[in-house]
Design a protein around this ligand. Sequence first.
Ligand code: PLP
Length: 463
Amino acid sequence: MSAITNHLPTAQLQALDAAHHMHPFSSGADISANGARVIISADGVTLTDSEGEKILDAMAGLWCVNIGYGRRELADVAARQMLQLPYYNTFFKTTHVPAIALAKRLADLVPGPLNHVFFAGSGSEANDTNIRLVRHYWAAKDKPEKKIIISRHNAYHGSTIGGASLGGMSGMHAQGGLPIPDISYIDEPNWYADGGDSSPDDFGLERARQLEAKIAELGEDKIAAFIAEPVQGAGGVIIPPATYWPEIQRICDAHDILLIVDEVICGFGRTGNWFGSETYGIRPDIMTIAKGLSSGYAPIGGSMVSDEIADTVANVGDFNHGYTYSGHPVASAVALENLRIIEEENIVQTVRDETGPYLAQKWKQLGDHPLVGEADIVGMMGALALSPDKSARAPFAADKGTIGLICRDFCFANNLVMRHVGDRMIISPPLVISKGDIDVLIERVVKSLDQTYEKIKADGLFK
Ligand SMILES: *Cc1c(COP(=O)(O)O)cnc(C)c1O
């Protein structure tokens, strides 16, 4: 039984797709010329395309399908909820059981005083909420001039105008007149690329102290918050040195600025704990959640908010903000069921104690490949920095991303979804990936690296 009837061959689907469907983060001309791969179904960690090829999805969709594909429980709960109450809003003093139950579950699950949730339909929307909320909070404290949010170059916080402004992606800022005013940026803690001769620990401190310097430059009384991902995901899985987060926490505490931790990728088990904040010992005032919250089965995101912030804004009238789908009943029910599965099947513990260490051991060995400068991994997110010269951690002479794209195309041809960010190859597989599938993943990575290495040597690009 098929969800949507399709009698069309692949070429025709691709032609219709190119004619009418504008793809995110893609060139229309490229899609028209080459056609998109049509994904028909999925189960566990495996996608099936319109030609019947089985593809290992080492990205869990877009970092989101934490419990893997094909879980009937989520479909069943969605169907039951659609029949009982498919939609109602949470504006104007109404509520419903799925939103209440999910809010309570999240308050229990998220560490620290983050006992309140403002629901959104996505991570981008949640970060838009955060911009308005932190400014509203400081205004409620009679400090309306505390408006600036400090972020980081190469951060990813979504694609709405607010989210993309918070993010530090230059390619995004270059289109559409971004960023909005009152967002400022410091450098990312990317030791591999920028650390030079300093030790990772020294470099982590140095990059964290850029925050303190930025606060001094702009004035503490002008700054609302600092926002960061525990591990930069879309920026290329940049795992910070161990010294970085404790110093950031110290600086935020010392200067009375709020700490927004964007857990859209790191949340719900990705780093081997429920939240990246636990892995790195961070105490956020606000936490952005989405993606793994529903394992991608339904669109939902949110902002987890501290007692202090929620109580403060509760007493200054309406917060004039909200989305039609804030706390959507079907999405909330699906998220709750997803959280139940993660907990009851011990998925986080398995990542931390079994499959994570198993993957890490094999992943680190890839650092010996002649094309790999560094292999880094935490939990179920890993990166390979490709390099023509390991010891110097040197970039390629070719334009950034040239070699990464070649490698990505070999991966795709080998039925492995592994992404490239510049010349970093990254993975973020479903958390339920088995040791057997990890072996297959590594085999296909090695094959793709070998093919890339041979090709770029032959083409004179290994330099
Ligand atoms: C994906 C992502 C977002 C944006 O989430 P959407 O649901 O795509 O809007 C925000 N922050 C981080 C860290 C992300 O990875």
